[in-house]
Design a protein around this ligand. Structure first.
Ligand code: PGA
Length: 247
């Protein structure tokens, strides 16, 4: 399977910077990797139009938890689909912490995304305090179970799970291989409980995010179960993002 590289631009870049980024990324040969770009909502159309004939996929950074109607400021999964979006980031720690998104809301967002045929990239991860208190396993198991409540097995197979320890996001700190192993074991156990053994091995995509850059990515390459990366800061310039993929 090709490794997947998801660029989470967060609330960064503007029309001019994105146009220039797209011009450069479009002409690069990434046949050995799957590339996903997650721009802010106003730029979805720009990215969609520019990438129409390209294999690069588009992800949204958020989605409404409801289908449609009087929800000022919200963007539905159906609208995202209309603009060529294939994936949606859900449960990112910045949304959990700054916007107080709880597990029930995250669960609804996962459902809306799946109902519209899009792939949720479900982000889970412990805070520094939780890590220090040895709660990593408990937190990951809890976040996963809550987010995936009442979702059919068929839909569960389509989910990408991003392990993003909160203390590693934007801090320059990355997980050790041992920490990643522990996270993967918990996620695997929980997903096998929900899906069954065979389905997990065949379907669940596991990616890591948190201060990934072109240097530290080299150490992650040998980890067999890691299928990709969610990259924030280092995805903001096309040169850095390309360097990560090429590394
Ligand atoms: P970072 O962000 O690479 O800047 O740490 C990752 C993320 O928040 O998805």
């Amino acid at each position: 399977m090709k490794k997947i590289f998801i660029a989470n631009w967060k609330m960064n870049l503007n029309q001019k910077a994105i146009s220039s980024y797209l011009r450069k990324i479009k002409t690069t040969d990434f046949s050995s990797a799957e590339i996903v770009l997650a721009p802010a909502f106003p730029y979805l159309s720009l990215v969609f139009t520019a990438l129409k004939k390209n294999k690069i996929k588009i992800a949204a950074q958020d989605v409404a938890s409801t289908k449609e109607g009087a929800f000022t400021g919200e963007v539905s999964a159906k609208m995202l689909k209309d603009f060529g979006v294939k994936m949606v980031l859900i449960g990112h720690s910045e949304r959990r912490h700054y916007f107080h998104e709880g597990d029930d809301l995250i669960n609804e967002k996962v459902k809306q995304t799946l109902e519209n045929g899009l792939t949720p990239i479900l982000c889970i991860g412990e805070t520094l305090a939780e890590k220090v208190q040895g709660q990593r396993s408990t937190i990951l198991n809890q976040q996963l179970r809550q987010a995936l409540k009442n979702i059919t097995k068929d839909n569960l197979k389509k989910i990408i799970i991003a392990y993003e320890p909160v203390w590693a996001i934007g801090t320059g700190n990355v997980v050790t291989e041992m920490e990643l192993d522990e996270a993967f074991r918990v996620i695997k156990r929980t997903m096998i409980g929900l899906l069954g053994n065979d389905f997990f091995e065949k379907n669940t995509v596991f990616v890591y995010g948190g201060s990934v850059d072109e240097k530290n990515i080299v150490a992650f390459k040998k980890i067999p179960y890691l299928q990709g990366f969610l990259i924030g800061g280092a995805s903001l310039t096309v040169e850095k993002f390309k360097a990560i993929i090429q590394a």
